[in-house]
Design a protein around this ligand. Sequence first.
Ligand SMILES: *Cc1c(COP(=O)(O)O)cnc(C)c1O
Length: 485
Amino acid sequence: MKNRHDAPGVEHRSLDPTDWADVRRQGHRMLDDMFDYMANIRERPVWQPIPAEVRSSFTEPLPKRPTRLEDAHLKFMTHVLPYAAGNTHPGFMGWVQGAGNVEGMLAEMLAAGLNANLGGRDQMPLEVERQIGLWMRELFNFPTSANGLFVTGSSTANLIGVLLARTKALGVGSRETGLAAVTSPLTAYAAVTAHSCIGKALEMSGIGTQALRSVPVDGDDQMDVEALAKLIAIDRAAGNHPFLVVGTAGTVNTGAIDNLDAIAQLAQREGLWFHVDGALGALGILSPALAPRFKGIELADSLALDFHKWGQVPYDAGYILARRRSDQMDTFASQAVYLTRQSRGLAAGSPWPCDLGPDLSRGFRALKTWFTLVCHGTDKLGAVVAQTCELAQYLKARVEAIPELELMAPVAMNICCFRYRCEDADRVNGDIVADLHESGIAAPSTSSVGGRTVIRAAIVNHRTNHSDIDALLDAVLVCGKNRVV
Ligand SMILES: *Cc1c(COP(=O)(O)O)cnc(C)c1O
């Protein structure tokens, strides 16, 4: 279509539609399809195996010519949507994954329409992100110096925690010298139950996993704080430089919450950075029943959390809350002429998020989070958290009442690990879980507790109810019986 400002004889090429009425109709159909998908999710299998021809339909050559939107959408409906991982489905209990929500989905469309880039500049979308920061400060009782930042997920948020701690320990000058100038090696501490991304963060930070001490846990899977103190003392005696302790608020295997208060006190005495991995559990603080168990989280120097898990915000929406914005600036702010700030105009509003984290271009994750928080309210989100914990207790009670099943770990929050009793149980329980996935009835995952393979059901989904737990157990018993004949 010709633009009225085009030079004569020059064809203007925009990606905008030539027929807005047509794209509007098609857009409404796409929206309706997603409402139908969400409203009728129970009628679908949780997951189904991907047929070879479906998989191979995404190995086509680069598309030189345009495809009509409705044809691309049809391919999505037939070749993508039915073969997604199913974490919207109430029978999905694998790993630790949120279910999303309708308001969050709609907000994603609005954010994409604005095409907002939240790296910086003076724009209202950044005030939405800052609003989330104020709310997180309030929720976790952080001081006014605190500041948050959206990132992909807690893997990145935990990495940022390690990087903030590294700068604090080595000084801002270490941004130039790197680790080469270090004379006494840094050492970090986390419970053996800590998530694997903590080790990965140490790798990526250049410090290396040799510097990570695995602190033993007690019978409740909580970090043994006396053992932590001893490990720190040993490292000091050896001339090492203890700089960081990572507490976990909700371990990935069993949902245990470390004694954050005791770790915080010790970290303070020892001059260590206290980072909390709250990916799974931190938003549990929204539930009044759970909130007291997070005591000490308000003392963290940095806190990683995921809105896309218990917060039910569509992927991805990870978050790092730092106790002092100055620590973020010390680690990430840099000066570049093309990013010069002004006191007015669009280039105002310093500091910008690009001064506070690794990314320059950033999406508008804050909007789907804002919509989710305001449209549902924190009382309801907290009630969903409590409900998932009650369902995990219901699952635990049912497991204990069924002779064929064995409870494998304490149920601290919303995660229940159990298994089918039989010979060669490690192999058989792995098979049972794969059979369950292929049945489409339920999708727990496997894990290892005390070196033994378990069926792990993490109830995160706001749609999951008692009948889904019953269906899971019925299917486990059928699959187990079939496997041991
Ligand atoms: C999920 C999880 C992570 C990783 O978070 P992502 O958002 O998946 O990157 C880290 N720690 C714990 C305890 C988790 O449950």
